[in-house]
Design a protein around this ligand. Structure first.
Ligand code: HMG
Ligand code: MG
Length: 301
């Protein structure tokens, strides 16, 4: 992967679409993923190998992965919660997998019907297989800043789950503000606790949902703390059906604009990304509502 100051980890095809009720064709999803790669994104979370009853929108994961045109140098991670998902992902040709749990028991139960401890046990065969096969792997810690069922979540809980995921040998952690409640002070508190526990900034990505408009402020704060990987969704779509009240992810186009003004390289062409953003909004049948999606980049007249 070419040197970039910041890695943008695109979650639009997975997080962005998983909560959409109207069916979106596999063909439309594949076109969207192709446009994201055209724009220069090098990490595109493609889909989830979860129960089709749990997430019906991504029930076409097997077909989608099997028909994905893989661009050289692009990683296409997929979510895998258990051995059943692992078998499906492997058969479909995946080579980058994400396991996902949370810092609160109530959300973990609602989302994957496990305790946090059970989730770590369920992930072990997945991460073991990833190591044996040389796949890249990531572990998500959801509800790191607040839980839709339990409320406030302490940073010690986040650190505890993060360490258990690292013990499984994941390459990276993504720390999730699942329902979009964090502000910069929360980011400082949680990230400092993770760094203080000996976790390196290179092992961390931040995953901000923008429910209350704080995602970009949170990115700025995380940048100051040395974090250099951010999850974002082109078109600003996203949310989890098991996280009531969660709105879209931080929009990739809004993130890119901020990074450009900060003079940080990211490898993505904003105009080309807006083509992808308009494409997904057309597939969803609603106008593109992101700030930069509407305004475009800034061109000096
Ligand atoms: P369960 O019902 O407890 O599990 O679900 P089960 O083992 O009893 O299985 C129930 C049925 O599902 C069985 O089928 C299994 O075969 C099938 P049946 O016998 O009834 O016909 N099944 C599967 N089918 C296909 N693929 C599989 C699979 N596993 C079981 N992998 C389970 C437990 C984990 C499967 C379920 O709760 C699930 O799939 N949950 C996924 C929920 C999800 O995807 N949530 C969104 C992603 S997380 C997120 O968005 C947050 C994130 O963005 C970060 C952030 O924002 O914080 C990552
Ligand atoms: Mg999410």
């Amino acid at each position: 992967m070419a040197e970039r100051d910041v890695r943008i980890y695109e979650v639009g095809p997975r997080d962005g679409l998983q909560n959409e009720k109207a069916p979106i064709s596999t063909e439309a999803k594949l076109r969207f993923i192709g446009l994201l790669a055209d724009a220069g994104l090098r990490e595109i979370e493609a889909t989830s190998f979860v129960s089709p009853q749990a997430i019906s929108q991504l029930a076409d994961a097997d077909t989608l992965m099997a028909n994905l045109e893989r661009r050289p140098g692009v990683r296409y991670p997929v979510l895998v919660p258990n051995e059943r998902g692992l078998a499906r992902a492997e058969a479909a040709g995946a080579d980058a997998v994400c396991v996902f749990t949370a810092a609160s028991e109530a959300f973990t139960r609602a989302n994957i019907n496990m305790t946090i401890a059970e989730s770590i046990d369920a992930f072990r065969p997945v991460t073991d297989a990833a190591h044996q096969r040389g796949w890249w792997s990531r572990g998500y810690v959801s509800t790191a800043f607040g839980c839709p069922y339990q409320g406030e979540v302490g940073e010690a809980a986040v650190v505890g789950v993060a360490q258990q995921l690292l013990e499984l040998g994941v390459d990276e952690l993504s720390i999730g503000d699942t329902i979009g409640v964090a502000g910069p002070a929360d980011v400082r508190r949680v990230v400092r606790a993770l760094l203080g526990a000996g976790i390196a900034p290179e092992q961390l990505a931040m995953h901000f949902h923008d429910t209350r408009g704080t995602a970009l402020a949170n990115v700025s704060t995380a940048l100051e703390l040395g974090i250099r990987c951010f999850d974002a969704s082109t078109g600003g779509t996203g949310g989890c059906p098991y996280a009531p009240g969660a709105a879209g992810n931080l929009a990739s186009e809004d993130l890119i604009y901020l990074l450009e003004r900060e003079g940080l390289s990211h490898g993505v062409d904003l105009d080309a990304l807006l083509v992808a953003a308009r494409d997904v909004s057309e597939s969803l049948g609603r106008p593109l509502a992101t700030k930069v999606g509407r305004a475009g980049g800034w061109r000096v007249p």
